[in-house]
Design a protein around this ligand. Sequence first.
Ligand SMILES: CC(C)(COP(=O)(O)OP(=O)(O)OC[C@H]1O[C@@H](n2cnc3c(N)ncnc32)[C@H](O)[C@@H]1OP(=O)(O)O)[C@@H](O)C(=O)NCCC(=O)NCCS
Length: 199
Amino acid sequence: MSATAEIPPERLPGLVVETPRLILRRPVRADATRIAELANDVAVAENLSSMPHPYRLDDALAFVDNVEEGPTRWNLGLYLKDEAAAFVGMVGLMPRDGERHVLGYWIGRPYWNQGLATEAAQALCDHAFEALGAGALAATARVTNGASRRVLEKCGFQYAGQGMGPSLYHRGLVPIERFRLERSIWTSIRNWAKTAVGA
Ligand SMILES: CC(C)(COP(=O)(O)OP(=O)(O)OC[C@H]1O[C@@H](n2cnc3c(N)ncnc32)[C@H](O)[C@@H]1OP(=O)(O)O)[C@@H](O)C(=O)NCCC(=O)NCCS
């Protein structure tokens, strides 16, 4: 059980977002052991630009101590709304490479393919457009990362070209695809959802 299960969300600093299955909030030191267990996975590290590998408890503690926070920089831990409030991954939004709002995320391997990344990413996209007034969001994925591409597609992102991006794991640049979600597309998706047959 995560020790943070005992901390009521309203007593944690910063942004707290709730989705049907998740609480998104700033990670705390008590989460570091579980963060390290899930992050210490090649399948996670090789798909992120700057995650160290191996990933040790000290890395997790340093990450938690220096986590970037608001108003346009968010790194939020994802916690299941079960009794244990299990930590399952991270979602982030921050300026990078000349873009104001870049979305990123990772989920621990035991929790893949349950729709959790999509649920968290959609919630942070909504926050960016509704609360931050974003005009567009950007994201990148390695060309080999079909699951991430699918998450972005389910959020409404559109392909915006190819390039090379940094990979700490590969100690260099790797081929990536760029994606964008324009405000107009996001608005349409939201309106379609409201007017869907049976809604
Ligand atoms: C990418 C990642 C975040 C997805 O998390 P997740 O919670 O499993 O994502 P979701 O369940 O919301 O959606 C995954 C989708 O990809 C699909 N998928 C899974 N593996 C796939 C693959 N190899 N190729 C194509 N699609 C794939 C799933 O079927 C699902 O689509 P569906 O809902 O249409 O069936 C997770 O795999 C991860 O953390 N990977 C390592 C880190 C990473 O890649 N981060 C993103 C960096 S850009």
